[in-house]
Design a protein around this ligand. Structure first.
Ligand code: ATP
Ligand code: MG
Length: 446
């Protein structure tokens, strides 16, 4: 009992800042040679100019876990203006958090000044709106989210500075919040999403005190600007563990403010298989270092909702293609509020959807035209995804697989005959002024 109590006090002390611990290379195992030259140049030059400079955050964490960091951030006691003076090719950015981007060709190193904990501007729910007060390294560690994200690596001395037991947590595969989790989630509800994403992506278990408040505080995500949620959504979808992340989000009740359609989709016919296949394909591509298109992934996330809306409209007598466009508009309007999908992804997503009925048309000139469409490949991949879970005919996807590879003679031979009555129907329709609800969908695909 007493031992348990002491253990608890020690744990709390550690999470609230147990002092500066210096961990030498022989204990942590990261050597300077594991860092890319642009990251080293950044810390070296700042140190030469008389400042402190460390690699910080995700990169140190990932190196300790034996993973490839995706970017290298630097923390320093130099102000943004100081940093800008040291690096000719740099620019000061940000409002909420001012920092400096140092540019090396394609590479960007983000350099941030140690932040203090006091006087951040918050809104009525406790959410931090602006935070540009400078502080010590210890202050900076304390305002980071998880212990494993608050490690500073000094490439010159090859030492890690650890204020919150982050190295031990990495060894124990544990994700623990620094400070009091409830307060920290109130300051920034996105930390709840980060907890789930990082745990799933890195194979860490969320420590119980860190996990407990999430379900109850999930509704705070409503206060977060849609653009920030969208950034987090992108990180989640391209984490290489998107399916696991999404399922864990659902387990924690975090998807309501984030991806409200998820419950409905999981219950829809083919819903779970569809989402799972789409996301696992994406995960595999990321792990194989192949490109993935965000438009495609969003098309997959929202397709069943479009389909549902489209079916209802067709059943109510709307013309198929017009009904599809209206369904897309409606689904987009609902999503806009929560997800704020930027136009460049939204355009690709909509093209993938509107191509789907065109795959049904397998006679005359239309299949040839479709092959030329700039988004054909994404549309075809999407068709295969649909077929793989039984949402459309496998035979249709197979036909297109064969059609693409065939030579022109074989393609001609593959074309289906126009369905009996197509021409007469068309003529009749034209004469009768294309009545609404005409079921002849040959022209419109379905
Ligand atoms: P990823 O691998 O997804 O990039 P990351 O931890 O590096 O994970 P970034 O968004 O690049 O995430 O953030 C860099 C660092 O900034 C984090 O490691 C953490 O120390 C700090 N940080 C990021 N977001 C928050 C937040 N919402 N609250 C507190 N600290 C944060
Ligand atoms: Mg990062």
């Amino acid at each position: 009992m007493i031992r348990k109590l002491i253990g608890r006090v020690l744990k709390l002390k550690k999470r609230h800042g147990g002092g500066r611990v210096v961990i030498p290379a022989k204990r942590h195992g990261i050597s300077r040679s594991q860092l890319p030259s642009f990251a080293l140049k950044t810390t070296d030059r700042l140190q030469e100019a008389g400042f402190e400079a460390f690699i910080v955050g995700g990169a140190v964490r990932d190196l300790l876990l034996g993973k490839h960091p995706k970017d290298f951030d630097v923390a320093t006691n130099a102000t943004p203006e100081d940093v800008h003076k040291v690096f000719r090719r740099s620019r000061i950015i940000g409002r909420r958090f001012r920092l400096v981007h140092v540019l090396y060709g394609e590479e960007v190193v983000e350099v941030s000044t140690f932040r203090g904990s006091g006087e951040a501007l918050t809104d009525e729910s406790g959410r931090i709106i602006r935070d540009n007060t400078w502080g010590s390294q210890e202050d900076d560690a304390k305002r980071r989210d998880f212990t494993v994200n608050a490690l500073f690596y000094d490439p010159a001395r090859e030492e890690i500075i650890d204020y919150h037991g982050g190295v031990e947590d990495i060894e124990k595969k544990r994700l623990a919040m620094i400070g009091a989790p409830i307060t920290r989630y109130r300051e920034d509800p996105v930390r709840m999403l980060r907890a789930v994403r990082l745990a799933a992506k890195l194979g860490l278990a969320i420590e119980s005190e860190t996990r407990k408040p999430i379900r109850e505080l999930a509704k705070l995500l409503e206060n977060v600007p849609a653009a920030r949620l969208f950034d987090e959504m992108l990180k989640l979808l391209f984490s290489g563990q998107s399916w696991a992340c999404l399922m864990q989000l659902r387990d924690e009740g975090l998807h309501h403010g984030f991806f409200p359609l998820l419950d409905k989709m999981m219950k829809a016919p083919h819903g779970e298989a569809f989402l799972r296949t789409a996301l696992e394909n994406t995960d595999r591509r990321i792990r194989e270092d192949k490109p993935v298109s965000a438009g495609y992934v969003f098309a997959a996330l929202l397709w069943l909702e479009v389909l549902d809306n489209w079916d209802k409209r067709k059943a109510a007598g709307e013309k198929p293609m017009l009904a599809l466009f209206s369904a897309i508009d409606e689904v987009e309007a609902v999503q806009e509020e929560k997800l704020a999908i930027p136009r460049r992804y939204g355009t690709a997503m909509k093209e993938i959807w509107t191509l789907q009925p065109r795959f049904e048309q397998r006679s005359g000139i239309k299949p040839f035209r479709l092959l030329e469409h700039p988004r054909f490949r994404a549309g075809y991949d999407f068709l295969c995804l649909r077929a793989s879970v039984g949402e459309c005919e496998q035979e249709l996807a197979d036909w297109w697989t064969a059609f693409q590879d065939a030579d022109s003679q074989a393609r001609e031979a593959m074309l289906l005959r126009p369905q009996a009555g197509d021409a007469t129907k068309k003529r009749r329709r034209r004469r009768s002024g294309a009545k609404q609800g005409d079921a002849s969908a040959a022209d419109d695909g379905q």
